[in-house]
Design a binder for this molecule. Structure first.
Ligand code: HEC
Length: 105
């Protein structure tokens, strides 16, 4: 019978999807913690709080993409003529930071 084979496949697909959603949520949390640790909110408003020296990042996820952000972190001055320090971190920290910013839409 077909049914017997389809059920485990569906269960497996469900678990994989849940796993990847959880992994994505964990990455966003890591990025949020990094954002706090680096004091980005001294200058930027995000999730309703923070400073006003730099642009409000509440909708950054619908304005930029990952490639742009990764270049920007490395050289804010060159990429956006932005008056802020380059963002230093491990590749994992920087991609978590990008995931966090991209989740702000
Ligand atoms: C000393 C203040 C200051 C700090 C601290 C700061 N920024 Fe900025 N940021 C700015 C300014 C100023 C701009 C550019 C404004 C402009 O476009 O002229 C900017 C621009 C940006 C942009 C580009 C927005 C866009 O779409 O053009 C991003 C993304 C950003 N900052 C992220 C961060 C992150 C992440 C951190 C922490 C690691 C951080 N900033 C820390 C002042 C700051």
């Amino acid at each position: 019978m077909m049914k017997k084979r389809i059920v485990p496949v569906l269960v497996f697909m469900g678990i994989s999807l849940m796993g990847s959603l959880l992994a994505e949520a964990a990455e966003i949390d890591t990025g949020r913690a990094f954002f706090e640790e680096k004091r980005c909110s001294m200058c930027h408003t995000i999730e309703g709080k923070g400073g006003k020296i730099g642009p409000d990042l509440s909708g950054i996820g619908s304005q930029r993409d990952e490639a742009w952000l990764m270049k920007f972190f490395e050289n804010p001055k060159k990429v956006a003529n932005a008056n802020m320090m380059p963002v230093k971190g491990t590749p994992e920290e920087l991609s978590a930071l990008a995931a966090y910013l991209l989740s702000q839409k």
